[in-house]
Design a binder for this molecule. Sequence first.
Ligand code: FAD
Ligand code: NAP
Length: 312
Amino acid sequence: MYDVIVIGAGPAGMTAALYASRSNLSVLMIERGAPGGQMNNTAEIENYPGFDSIMGPELAMKMYEGVSKFGTKNAYGIVQDVVDHGDYKEVVTEDESYQGKTVIIATGCVHRKLGVSGEEEFAGRGVSYCAVCDGAFFRNKKLLVVGGGDSAVEEAIYLTQFASEVVIIHRRDELRAQKIIQERAFANEKISFMWDSVVEEIHGNEMVVTGAKVRNLKTNEVHEESANGIFIYVGLDPLSAPVKNLGVTNEAGWILTDDQMRTSVPGVYAVGDGREKTLRQITTAVGEGGIAGQQVFNFLEEHKEASQNTTN
Ligand code: FAD
Ligand code: NAP
């Protein structure tokens, strides 16, 4: 029986584990991949205080080293269900079951698919969701980037160090990305924009992507845009399926908490990108992790006192 089980080792989960283990609680952190979460798919981070600029995987490693120091135990597993037994919670992976007095859900979210033909077929053969992972395969090639948010525009800029040309295809005539990121993209000679346009099909030969069918939503004109690769950044979906049975999410699947990161189930907390909130950032994930890590300590202390009073 652990004091705390943290599900997910992104910046939110790792910070929660750091705070809880540093309070001398027994902590198990369960992760289905490499620690770091979305930071592992991020090129350069320049809005994390303390660093002018740092590569995502490097920040992930630094956080992981920090959390390991205080005795957090790690387990590999894909959590499939969390069951509330009142005094304790059961966390079920595909082949194990763990028990904890409290649980912190830090499962984050995942990139959304575009849902067009060719997307699945050419995944890994020109279709990508990760510039850091795949950008270097496209030296001197032409790339399309779909989306108009921070991810699309920032990763398009990153891709210009490899590609000969990057075309950002956005469904409106205005970007959603932060102004500072927009300005850098507008100033980058390798980047051009295709406004009011959507990708409707992704095409390729037997091996790799060769282009996409693009429709202009204002004129309804359709044309074939040639490209060697297509990077898709059209938003995020919560990874909250494992806690569906707890009834702590809204209709879209985002987890609801109060400002102390408490869900409606006593002893179950949620932190990071999987929460219903407005700013999904490493700084906010880390802040929420700190709050939840401290909250579980308070929760367990209160319950210890309550059970001592009952015994007396
Ligand atoms: P995540 O980082 O998503 O981590 C969640 C973890 O939970 C993952 O490791 C996942 O494998 C694990 N997990 C999920 N489900 C399960 C399960 N069922 N069982 C076990 N483990 C599970 N933010 C910034 O502040 N600055 C930036 O420059 C920046 N750039 C970005 C660039 C891109 C391309 C993207 C996609 C995001 C960027 N962000 C940036 C956002 C930032 O990465 C996120 O806000 C942050 O990582 C959220 O942290 P998290 O811990 O909540 O979730
Ligand atoms: P996002 O902000 O939700 O943006 C998604 C983009 O994709 C929007 O421009 C949207 O268009 C477009 N889109 C959505 N569905 C589409 C579809 N079916 N077809 C075509 N286009 C579609 O997602 P994100 O850019 O991945 O960012 C996610 C979170 O991470 C945000 O909170 C962001 O701030 C954060 N982040 C931060 C940084 C940073 O701080 N440097 C970097 C990356 C990400 P509309 O604009 O028309 O809705």
